[in-house]
Ligand binder design. Structure first.
Ligand code: PAF
Length: 298
């Protein structure tokens, strides 16, 4: 696998691939690669001749310096995983390459960045869309692959690409889960064993809501009540939000569901880290579809 640190070199390589008529797929990551990332790489491989992975822990998307410091970093292991997965190139720039001295340009998507994670992580999405815009500008991929676990991020990136006429196809890959149902995340490794055991409450809560909806419970408030009860049963969990929203506009879902709705969850788990108490924030989501007869008007 070729390792590139300079955005200029990456752009020159992109130009050469395009001139040769080859399609490039980019998988943007912050490293600490797990099964979820590798599924994005596999999706990228299906859609392009060249698979490029970027590894950059983007300081601009961390609202909490402690969270940035704690974020797992494992470049050597990540490079080995990329090699094994047949990745052609890894772009691993230093921070000064992505944010040159005096950098003053930000890319933000209004409104869509406000609800859900935007409320408890001010500035987070502006950091995400800014760095993704830079990565797309430097790598000039035909396709970029993102995971559905970060559903709001995906919606924002699609909107940014559309609004800025970036001409990149954005592909969404399904959530990959560990054996007990917990969504794969680089943060899972930072949970102590008890918090890790309890973290399955997120996917259980999604299952509970899905089953209730399948059983005919279409009232938003009743569905959310069941979700909150499931999360509340985990003693280490502190609910950040549980919301039902429109999967495209992220507007709040109606009081009674008649069409697909995004159930999005964020939960902080109290965990012991090096003897000190810390909180690890996990997210999960599922698009719920009301059963036939409760669905969209004919
Ligand atoms: O999803 C992530 O890992 C990050 O938000 C991304 C898209 C790589 C931007 O830093």
């Amino acid at each position: 696998v070729r390792i590139v640190e300079s955005a200029g070199e990456l752009s020159a390589l992109a130009e050469a691939e395009r001139v040769a008529g080859r399609r490039i797929a980019l998988v943007p990551t912050m490293g600490a690669l797990h099964a979820g990332h590798l599924s994005l790489v596999a999706e990228a491989r299906r859609r392009a001749d060249r698979v490029w992975v970027s590894i950059f822990v983007n300081p601009a998307q961390f609202d909490d310096p402690g969270d940035l410091a704690r974020y797992p970093r494992s470049l050597e292991a990540d490079l080995a995983a990329c090699r094994a997965a047949g990745v052609d190139l890894v772009f691993a720039p230093p921070a000064r390459e992505m944010y040159p001295a005096g950098a003053a340009t930000w890319v933000g998507v209004d409104a869509l960045c406000e609800p859900l994670c935007g409320r408890s992580r001010p500035g987070h999405f502006r950091g995400v869309t800014t760095v993704v815009a830079k990565l797309l500008a430097a790598a000039r991929p035909h396709v970029a692959v993102f995971g559905q676990k970060d559903f709001q991020q995906l919606v924002l990136i699609r909107r940014m690409v559309r609004d800025l006429l970036l001409g990149v196809e954005i592909v969404a890959a399904p959530i990959v889960r560990e054996a007990d149902g917990l969504a794969s995340s680089s943060r899972n490794a930072t949970l102590d064993p008890e918090a890790r055991r309890q973290a399955v409450a997120l996917s259980r809560a999604l299952d509970v809501a899905e089953r209730a909806l399948a059983g005919g419970e279409t009232r938003t408030a009743a569905l959310l009540e069941r979700v909150r009860a499931e999360i509340g049963a985990a003693s280490r969990a502190e609910l950040d939000y549980a919301e039902l929203r429109d999967p495209d506009s992220l507007e709040p879902a109606p009081d009674v569901l008649r069409g697909p709705a995004l159930l999005a969850l964020a939960v902080r788990f109290r965990t012991a880290e090096g003897g000190a108490a810390a909180r690890v924030r996990l997210i999960d989501n599922r698009v719920l579809v009301p059963p036939a007869g409760h669905g969209a008007d004919p």
